[in-house]
Design a protein around this ligand. Structure first.
Ligand SMILES: C[C@@](CO)(OP(=O)(O)O)[C@H](O)COP(=O)(O)OP(=O)(O)OC[C@H]1O[C@@H](n2ccc(N)nc2=O)[C@H](O)[C@@H]1O
Ligand SMILES: Nc1ncnc2c1ncn2[C@@H]1O[C@H](COP(=O)(O)OP(=O)(O)O)[C@@H](O)[C@H]1O
Length: 292
Protein backbone atom coordinates (compact mmCIF):
# COMPACT_ATOMS: atom_id res chain seq x y z
CA UNK A 1 0.00 0.00 0.00
CA UNK A 2 1.15 3.53 -0.78
CA UNK A 3 -0.44 6.71 0.54
CA UNK A 4 -0.09 10.45 -0.12
CA UNK A 5 -1.95 13.61 0.86
CA UNK A 6 -2.47 16.89 -1.00
CA UNK A 7 -4.01 20.24 -0.27
CA UNK A 8 -6.80 21.02 -2.75
CA UNK A 9 -7.08 24.81 -2.90
CA UNK A 10 -10.19 26.82 -3.75
CA UNK A 11 -10.12 29.51 -6.46
CA UNK A 12 -11.65 32.93 -6.90
CA UNK A 13 -12.13 34.84 -10.17
CA UNK A 14 -10.50 38.30 -10.12
CA UNK A 15 -12.16 38.95 -13.49
CA UNK A 16 -14.74 36.92 -15.39
CA UNK A 17 -15.98 37.71 -18.89
CA UNK A 18 -18.15 35.49 -21.11
CA UNK A 19 -17.28 36.23 -24.73
CA UNK A 20 -19.20 33.68 -26.80
CA UNK A 21 -21.25 30.52 -26.95
CA UNK A 22 -20.26 27.28 -28.66
CA UNK A 23 -22.55 24.86 -30.47
CA UNK A 24 -22.10 22.29 -27.65
CA UNK A 25 -23.57 24.76 -25.13
CA UNK A 26 -20.22 25.64 -23.52
CA UNK A 27 -19.19 29.31 -23.40
CA UNK A 28 -15.94 31.05 -24.26
CA UNK A 29 -14.58 32.85 -21.25
CA UNK A 30 -11.77 35.24 -20.45
CA UNK A 31 -10.96 35.34 -16.76
CA UNK A 32 -8.16 35.85 -14.26
CA UNK A 33 -8.20 33.01 -11.76
CA UNK A 34 -6.50 33.01 -8.39
CA UNK A 35 -5.85 30.18 -5.91
CA UNK A 36 -6.58 30.99 -2.29
CA UNK A 37 -5.48 29.54 1.03
CA UNK A 38 -8.82 27.88 1.85
CA UNK A 39 -8.41 24.19 0.95
CA UNK A 40 -9.73 20.65 1.32
CA UNK A 41 -7.32 17.87 2.33
CA UNK A 42 -7.29 14.90 -0.04
CA UNK A 43 -5.61 11.62 0.88
CA UNK A 44 -5.27 8.75 -1.58
CA UNK A 45 -4.13 5.24 -0.78
CA UNK A 46 -3.49 2.66 -3.53
CA UNK A 47 -3.22 -1.14 -3.31
CA UNK A 48 -6.15 -1.39 -0.91
CA UNK A 49 -8.10 -4.21 -2.63
CA UNK A 50 -10.03 -4.13 -5.87
CA UNK A 51 -12.40 -1.15 -5.99
CA UNK A 52 -12.50 2.62 -5.56
CA UNK A 53 -13.67 3.80 -2.16
CA UNK A 54 -14.36 7.41 -1.23
CA UNK A 55 -15.25 9.00 2.05
CA UNK A 56 -16.06 12.67 2.54
CA UNK A 57 -15.61 14.17 5.99
CA UNK A 58 -17.27 17.46 6.96
CA UNK A 59 -19.98 17.40 4.28
CA UNK A 60 -22.96 15.30 3.24
CA UNK A 61 -21.75 15.19 -0.40
CA UNK A 62 -22.30 11.76 -2.00
CA UNK A 63 -19.28 9.45 -1.93
CA UNK A 64 -20.27 7.54 -5.07
CA UNK A 65 -19.43 8.14 -8.72
CA UNK A 66 -21.45 11.36 -8.73
CA UNK A 67 -18.55 12.82 -6.77
CA UNK A 68 -15.97 14.46 -9.04
CA UNK A 69 -13.11 13.02 -6.98
CA UNK A 70 -14.42 9.47 -7.53
CA UNK A 71 -14.82 10.16 -11.24
CA UNK A 72 -11.25 11.49 -11.35
CA UNK A 73 -9.97 8.16 -10.01
CA UNK A 74 -12.04 6.17 -12.55
CA UNK A 75 -10.83 8.37 -15.39
CA UNK A 76 -7.19 8.14 -14.27
CA UNK A 77 -7.36 4.33 -14.39
CA UNK A 78 -9.02 4.21 -17.81
CA UNK A 79 -6.77 6.87 -19.36
CA UNK A 80 -3.56 5.23 -18.13
CA UNK A 81 -4.70 1.60 -18.52
CA UNK A 82 -3.80 1.01 -14.88
CA UNK A 83 -5.52 -2.08 -13.41
CA UNK A 84 -7.39 -1.17 -10.24
CA UNK A 85 -5.65 -2.68 -7.21
CA UNK A 86 -7.92 -0.71 -4.88
CA UNK A 87 -7.96 3.07 -4.37
CA UNK A 88 -9.14 4.60 -1.15
CA UNK A 89 -9.74 8.37 -1.13
CA UNK A 90 -10.57 10.51 1.89
CA UNK A 91 -11.63 14.14 1.45
CA UNK A 92 -11.67 16.48 4.41
CA UNK A 93 -14.12 19.06 3.05
CA UNK A 94 -13.53 22.68 4.10
CA UNK A 95 -14.48 24.53 0.88
CA UNK A 96 -18.18 25.48 0.67
CA UNK A 97 -20.02 23.39 -1.94
CA UNK A 98 -21.61 24.82 -5.13
CA UNK A 99 -20.15 28.16 -4.21
CA UNK A 100 -18.22 29.43 -7.25
CA UNK A 101 -14.96 28.30 -5.61
CA UNK A 102 -14.23 25.18 -7.73
CA UNK A 103 -14.53 22.86 -4.72
CA UNK A 104 -15.30 19.76 -6.77
CA UNK A 105 -12.78 20.61 -9.49
CA UNK A 106 -9.95 21.05 -7.00
CA UNK A 107 -10.67 17.71 -5.30
CA UNK A 108 -10.63 16.03 -8.71
CA UNK A 109 -7.36 17.80 -9.60
CA UNK A 110 -5.78 16.62 -6.34
CA UNK A 111 -6.85 13.01 -7.01
CA UNK A 112 -5.26 13.07 -10.48
CA UNK A 113 -1.99 14.52 -9.15
CA UNK A 114 -1.88 12.04 -6.25
CA UNK A 115 -2.58 8.98 -8.43
CA UNK A 116 0.08 10.08 -10.95
CA UNK A 117 2.53 10.11 -8.04
CA UNK A 118 1.36 6.90 -6.33
CA UNK A 119 1.27 4.82 -9.55
CA UNK A 120 4.57 6.30 -10.83
CA UNK A 121 2.91 7.12 -14.16
CA UNK A 122 4.85 10.40 -14.57
CA UNK A 123 2.13 11.92 -16.76
CA UNK A 124 3.22 15.44 -15.86
CA UNK A 125 1.15 18.59 -15.60
CA UNK A 126 0.21 19.01 -19.29
CA UNK A 127 -1.21 15.47 -19.67
CA UNK A 128 -2.94 15.66 -16.28
CA UNK A 129 -4.60 18.90 -17.42
CA UNK A 130 -5.83 17.21 -20.63
CA UNK A 131 -7.35 14.41 -18.56
CA UNK A 132 -8.73 16.92 -16.04
CA UNK A 133 -10.55 18.87 -18.75
CA UNK A 134 -12.72 15.78 -19.36
CA UNK A 135 -14.01 16.22 -15.80
CA UNK A 136 -14.69 19.96 -15.93
CA UNK A 137 -13.56 23.27 -17.37
CA UNK A 138 -11.98 24.50 -14.10
CA UNK A 139 -9.99 21.30 -13.40
CA UNK A 140 -6.89 22.21 -15.52
CA UNK A 141 -6.47 25.47 -13.59
CA UNK A 142 -6.83 23.61 -10.28
CA UNK A 143 -4.04 21.22 -11.30
CA UNK A 144 -1.63 24.09 -11.80
CA UNK A 145 -2.92 26.87 -9.51
CA UNK A 146 -1.53 30.28 -8.62
CA UNK A 147 -2.58 33.23 -10.78
CA UNK A 148 -3.60 32.52 -14.38
CA UNK A 149 -5.40 34.04 -17.33
CA UNK A 150 -7.94 31.43 -18.47
CA UNK A 151 -9.43 31.50 -21.96
CA UNK A 152 -11.15 28.99 -24.24
CA UNK A 153 -13.71 27.34 -21.97
CA UNK A 154 -11.28 27.89 -19.10
CA UNK A 155 -8.58 25.45 -20.19
CA UNK A 156 -6.31 27.75 -22.25
CA UNK A 157 -4.10 28.93 -19.43
CA UNK A 158 -1.39 31.58 -19.29
CA UNK A 159 0.64 31.94 -16.12
CA UNK A 160 0.62 35.46 -14.62
CA UNK A 161 3.03 36.86 -12.02
CA UNK A 162 2.14 36.34 -8.35
CA UNK A 163 -0.35 38.91 -7.06
CA UNK A 164 0.92 40.93 -4.08
CA UNK A 165 -0.44 39.54 -0.82
CA UNK A 166 -3.65 41.06 0.42
CA UNK A 167 -6.14 39.82 2.98
CA UNK A 168 -9.13 38.08 1.41
CA UNK A 169 -12.49 37.88 3.18
CA UNK A 170 -14.74 35.32 1.59
CA UNK A 171 -18.44 34.91 2.33
CA UNK A 172 -20.92 32.37 0.99
CA UNK A 173 -24.59 32.97 1.77
CA UNK A 174 -26.71 29.81 2.27
CA UNK A 175 -28.04 29.76 -1.30
CA UNK A 176 -27.67 27.12 -4.00
CA UNK A 177 -26.57 28.45 -7.39
CA UNK A 178 -26.38 26.23 -10.48
CA UNK A 179 -23.43 27.06 -12.76
CA UNK A 180 -25.23 25.85 -15.96
CA UNK A 181 -28.29 27.97 -15.06
CA UNK A 182 -26.15 31.11 -14.73
CA UNK A 183 -24.40 30.39 -18.05
CA UNK A 184 -27.83 29.97 -19.67
CA UNK A 185 -29.12 33.21 -18.13
CA UNK A 186 -26.04 35.10 -19.40
CA UNK A 187 -27.11 34.32 -22.99
CA UNK A 188 -30.14 36.60 -22.74
CA UNK A 189 -28.68 39.11 -20.25
CA UNK A 190 -27.62 42.59 -21.27
CA UNK A 191 -24.06 42.98 -20.03
CA UNK A 192 -23.60 46.55 -18.79
CA UNK A 193 -20.00 46.24 -17.56
CA UNK A 194 -17.22 43.95 -18.72
CA UNK A 195 -13.84 43.52 -17.03
CA UNK A 196 -10.75 45.18 -18.49
CA UNK A 197 -8.70 41.99 -18.52
CA UNK A 198 -5.64 43.61 -20.11
CA UNK A 199 -5.57 46.30 -17.42
CA UNK A 200 -5.94 43.60 -14.74
CA UNK A 201 -2.98 41.66 -16.16
CA UNK A 202 -0.95 44.91 -16.23
CA UNK A 203 -1.90 45.72 -12.61
CA UNK A 204 -0.82 42.22 -11.56
CA UNK A 205 2.48 42.57 -13.45
CA UNK A 206 3.04 45.94 -11.75
CA UNK A 207 2.31 44.41 -8.32
CA UNK A 208 -0.34 47.12 -7.75
CA UNK A 209 -2.90 45.59 -5.40
CA UNK A 210 -5.04 48.78 -5.21
CA UNK A 211 -5.42 48.72 -8.98
CA UNK A 212 -6.13 44.96 -8.89
CA UNK A 213 -8.91 45.66 -6.38
CA UNK A 214 -10.32 48.53 -8.52
CA UNK A 215 -10.43 46.29 -11.60
CA UNK A 216 -12.31 43.34 -10.02
CA UNK A 217 -15.28 42.61 -12.30
CA UNK A 218 -17.51 39.59 -12.98
CA UNK A 219 -20.19 39.65 -15.71
CA UNK A 220 -22.10 36.90 -13.89
CA UNK A 221 -22.58 39.02 -10.78
CA UNK A 222 -25.65 41.03 -11.93
CA UNK A 223 -27.26 37.80 -13.17
CA UNK A 224 -26.81 35.88 -9.90
CA UNK A 225 -27.47 38.99 -7.78
CA UNK A 226 -30.74 39.51 -9.70
CA UNK A 227 -31.88 36.15 -8.32
CA UNK A 228 -30.23 36.51 -4.89
CA UNK A 229 -30.00 40.02 -3.33
CA UNK A 230 -27.61 38.65 -0.66
CA UNK A 231 -24.77 38.95 -3.21
CA UNK A 232 -24.89 42.76 -3.42
CA UNK A 233 -25.61 43.04 0.30
CA UNK A 234 -22.44 41.07 1.15
CA UNK A 235 -20.30 43.03 -1.33
CA UNK A 236 -21.70 46.25 0.20
CA UNK A 237 -20.76 45.09 3.71
CA UNK A 238 -17.25 44.17 2.56
CA UNK A 239 -16.78 47.65 1.03
CA UNK A 240 -18.20 49.47 4.05
CA UNK A 241 -15.78 47.48 6.24
CA UNK A 242 -12.85 48.89 4.22
CA UNK A 243 -12.37 46.46 1.31
CA UNK A 244 -10.38 47.99 -1.57
CA UNK A 245 -12.76 46.09 -3.88
CA UNK A 246 -15.38 43.33 -3.56
CA UNK A 247 -17.10 41.08 -6.11
CA UNK A 248 -18.77 37.70 -6.52
CA UNK A 249 -16.60 34.68 -7.44
CA UNK A 250 -17.48 32.53 -10.48
CA UNK A 251 -21.20 31.85 -10.85
CA UNK A 252 -21.59 32.60 -7.14
CA UNK A 253 -22.98 32.85 -4.63
CA UNK A 254 -19.64 33.41 -2.78
CA UNK A 255 -18.28 36.95 -2.61
CA UNK A 256 -14.87 38.20 -1.61
CA UNK A 257 -13.28 41.48 -0.59
CA UNK A 258 -9.59 42.44 -0.75
CA UNK A 259 -8.21 44.27 2.27
CA UNK A 260 -4.92 46.06 2.85
CA UNK A 261 -5.28 46.24 6.63
CA UNK A 262 -5.49 42.96 8.57
CA UNK A 263 -7.59 44.52 11.35
CA UNK A 264 -10.20 45.69 8.83
CA UNK A 265 -10.25 42.25 7.22
CA UNK A 266 -10.78 40.64 10.63
CA UNK A 267 -13.60 43.09 11.48
CA UNK A 268 -15.30 42.42 8.11
CA UNK A 269 -14.95 38.69 8.70
CA UNK A 270 -16.48 38.97 12.19
CA UNK A 271 -19.36 41.16 10.94
CA UNK A 272 -20.29 38.79 8.11
CA UNK A 273 -19.72 35.60 10.14
CA UNK A 274 -22.38 36.76 12.61
CA UNK A 275 -24.93 36.39 9.79
CA UNK A 276 -23.25 33.90 7.43
CA UNK A 277 -21.42 30.93 9.03
CA UNK A 278 -19.53 30.19 5.81
CA UNK A 279 -17.27 33.24 6.10
CA UNK A 280 -13.47 32.94 5.94
CA UNK A 281 -10.38 35.10 6.29
CA UNK A 282 -7.86 33.80 3.78
CA UNK A 283 -5.16 34.92 1.35
CA UNK A 284 -3.86 34.53 -2.19
CA UNK A 285 -1.77 31.42 -2.89
CA UNK A 286 1.07 31.30 -5.38
CA UNK A 287 1.59 28.31 -7.68
CA UNK A 288 4.55 27.30 -5.51
CA UNK A 289 2.29 27.26 -2.45
CA UNK A 290 -0.30 25.00 -4.10
CA UNK A 291 2.27 22.62 -5.61
CA UNK A 292 1.71 19.21 -4.15
C1 LIG B 1 -18.18 29.77 -13.78
C2 LIG B 1 -16.83 29.18 -13.44
C3 LIG B 1 -15.77 30.30 -13.55
O1 LIG B 1 -14.52 29.86 -13.05
O2 LIG B 1 -16.70 28.68 -12.13
P1 LIG B 1 -17.71 28.16 -10.97
O3 LIG B 1 -18.79 29.14 -10.72
O4 LIG B 1 -18.26 26.82 -11.40
O5 LIG B 1 -16.80 27.97 -9.77
C4 LIG B 1 -16.43 28.06 -14.45
O6 LIG B 1 -16.45 28.53 -15.78
C5 LIG B 1 -17.28 26.81 -14.36
O7 LIG B 1 -16.45 25.73 -14.65
P2 LIG B 1 -16.85 24.22 -14.20
O8 LIG B 1 -17.72 24.28 -12.99
O9 LIG B 1 -15.59 23.43 -14.15
O10 LIG B 1 -17.73 23.80 -15.44
P3 LIG B 1 -18.11 22.35 -15.98
O11 LIG B 1 -18.29 21.41 -14.83
O12 LIG B 1 -17.15 21.97 -17.08
O13 LIG B 1 -19.49 22.66 -16.67
C6 LIG B 1 -20.71 22.79 -15.98
C7 LIG B 1 -21.68 23.48 -16.91
O14 LIG B 1 -21.38 24.89 -16.96
C8 LIG B 1 -21.52 25.41 -18.27
N1 LIG B 1 -20.22 25.95 -18.73
C9 LIG B 1 -19.07 25.71 -18.06
C10 LIG B 1 -17.88 26.27 -18.47
C11 LIG B 1 -17.91 27.09 -19.64
N2 LIG B 1 -16.79 27.65 -20.10
N3 LIG B 1 -19.06 27.30 -20.30
C12 LIG B 1 -20.23 26.76 -19.87
O15 LIG B 1 -21.28 26.97 -20.47
C13 LIG B 1 -22.03 24.26 -19.12
O16 LIG B 1 -23.43 24.34 -19.11
C14 LIG B 1 -21.61 23.03 -18.36
O17 LIG B 1 -22.46 21.94 -18.59
N1 LIG C 1 -15.81 16.62 -4.42
C1 LIG C 1 -16.80 17.50 -4.59
N2 LIG C 1 -16.78 18.65 -3.91
C2 LIG C 1 -17.76 19.58 -4.11
N3 LIG C 1 -18.79 19.42 -4.96
C3 LIG C 1 -18.86 18.29 -5.66
C4 LIG C 1 -17.86 17.29 -5.52
N4 LIG C 1 -18.18 16.29 -6.36
C5 LIG C 1 -19.30 16.65 -6.99
N5 LIG C 1 -19.74 17.84 -6.58
C6 LIG C 1 -20.95 18.55 -7.08
O1 LIG C 1 -20.48 19.58 -7.96
C7 LIG C 1 -21.40 20.67 -7.96
C8 LIG C 1 -20.61 21.97 -7.98
O2 LIG C 1 -19.95 22.11 -6.75
P1 LIG C 1 -18.55 22.89 -6.58
O3 LIG C 1 -17.52 22.29 -7.43
O4 LIG C 1 -18.29 22.94 -5.10
O5 LIG C 1 -18.96 24.35 -7.01
P2 LIG C 1 -18.64 25.35 -8.19
O6 LIG C 1 -18.77 24.59 -9.50
O7 LIG C 1 -19.65 26.43 -8.02
O8 LIG C 1 -17.27 25.88 -8.00
C9 LIG C 1 -22.28 20.50 -6.74
O9 LIG C 1 -23.58 20.26 -7.19
C10 LIG C 1 -21.74 19.29 -6.01
O10 LIG C 1 -22.76 18.46 -5.51
Amino acid sequence: MKQATAEAHAKINLTLDVTGKRSNGYHDVCMVMQSIGLHDMVTACVGTGSCIRLSVEGSDLPADNSNLAYRAAELFLSETGTPCDGISIVIEKNIPVAAGLAGGSTDAAAVLVLLDELYDTHLGEKKLMEIGLKLGADVPFCISGGTMLAEGIGEVLTRLPDVPQTHVVLCKPPIAVSTPAIYRAIDSAEIAERPDTQAMCAAIAAGDCFRVAQLLCNVMQPVTAGMHPEVEAICGTLRSCGAMGAIMSGSGPSNFGLFEKPEEAQAACDTLAAQYPETYLTNFCTAAQVKR
